[in-house]
Design a protein around this ligand. Sequence first.
Ligand code: DC
Length: 223
Amino acid sequence: MGKRAIITIDGPAGAGKSTVGRRLAQSLDYLYLDSGSLYRAVAWQSLRRGLDLDDPGVMGEFLPSFKPEIKADGAGFHLFIDGREVREEIRTPEVSRGASMVAKLPMVRRWVKEHLRWLARNGGVVADGRDQGTAVFPEAGFKFYLDAALRTRALRRLQDWRQNNDPPSLEEVMRDVEARDRQDETRDEAPLKVPPGAVVVDTTDLNVEQVVERCLAEIRSLG
Ligand code: DC
């Protein structure tokens, strides 16, 4: 495989992108880029400031001044806002919905894309998201699209709430995941779709090791 390639992993929520992406980045000694957290960070900071996430004028004023510090390595993607790392606070259902809203705005997509392309300027990245192989890195050397049955994806998302005292029901999570799928697939700007040339992996009946092994085998055979 050519050194310092760009690898993209696209797919809907709960398909396994972040777990697989991190593992791939670690095994290749690459950086892991989590594009979703950048959308989440924009939504979180806007919500904190009481901004209207749907208003392009308001967001256009806010965005140029928003400069989170980004630290990426094989093990993770860390964002610091006002000097403090943001973690669970950008993973709440409210911020998830907000991220899906701001992700519809072309200016926000451009802002995220510029940050990702700068981080990938020397190659050697695994970029996880919903438009990485289509809009952000169309030139990527390796493209994967992970998918899984809705119920399986919702069950995986439910795992994220296992520490919580008041977890949502499976039905609620399924409805939420389905609504976000629809929003991500039908938006005008960079909708979620299988990138041309991507290898599609259905992860419904595979564990993480099996998916990572499948991706590494593809990379070895194509590279
Ligand atoms: O992967 P995630 O759940 O952290 O992403 C949060 C939201 O950000 C998701 O609803 C859609 C949006 N998103 C996007 O539009 N494009 C990406 N490349 C990544 C995320």
